[in-house]
Design a protein around this ligand. Sequence first.
Ligand SMILES: Nc1ncnc2c1ncn2[C@@H]1O[C@H](COP(=O)(O)OP(=O)(O)OP(=O)(O)O)[C@@H](O)[C@H]1O
Ligand SMILES: [Mg+2]
Length: 253
Amino acid sequence: MTKVISVMGKDGVGKSTTTINLGVAFGRKGKKVIVVDASPLGDTATCLLPLSIKLEGKIKDMVLYESTEQNVKIIDSIDFERLIRPFDSLDLYFGLIGLLEYFNFENYDYIIIDTPSEGYAKSSVFLAADTLIVPVESSSSLRTLPGVFSKIEKRKNVKEDADTYHMKRIGGVDNTFILLTSFDSTTQTGKHILKVIGRYGKTVLDTKIPMDVSFKESATFDETIFSYNPNCKGAEAYMALADELISKLEIEN
Ligand SMILES: Nc1ncnc2c1ncn2[C@@H]1O[C@H](COP(=O)(O)OP(=O)(O)OP(=O)(O)O)[C@@H](O)[C@H]1O
Ligand SMILES: [Mg+2]
């Protein structure tokens, strides 16, 4: 069954980096993927769109783009905004679901969404996703976790209501994962995070994304970590993350 993953969290924690590189890692493992750029900056789509599309502009009504990577298609942030706006006055739950149904999302294994930290688009993604990945890279992002988990609790009621009178296409079992990013166990911050994160138990993914300068460099050139430096430890970590999620999401559910 298709998994709809929202990568969500506060600003600057590695949401776009995770969406792009996890999407590509899934694709390289043979999974069919749609990457949705719901972020206001649009940096996820910019990184994955082929140069021809960047130069020629948007082809009207064709919003599911081929990306530079095999198995990975992309919906960019302008199209995302345009497509979900009509749902504004309806149940937010319909926003993303309507969009995904339009593209026959059940033909894909993973929909992975770069989710904005605020606003209508965030609510729409938050309600429709069945899997949440919350990157944590600093003590301040660690402190937001209790708030995130209480929102997830509240969301369960909203989703139950929505499920009773809408199609039950998305919903099902919810998974929430904390992902340590820009992680360095030798620093005081890294040590502190490891100590505190223990209280979240199995929610914390075993794979940790290490601090790696290649991420900033690849972003500078609008590249993925795999096209920029496929053998760096950051690239290896995202491949390992894809493996871990595949085993957790495809075996348990
Ligand atoms: N593992 C890492 N090691 C080093 N730098 C990283 C790592 N992951 C991300 N970065 C860098 O940290 C910065 C923030 O990452 P990113 O843009 O992915 O965060 P974001 O949550 O999408 O931010 P925003 O909220 O502004 O959209 C970027 O410059 C990125 O290249
Ligand atoms: Mg971003």
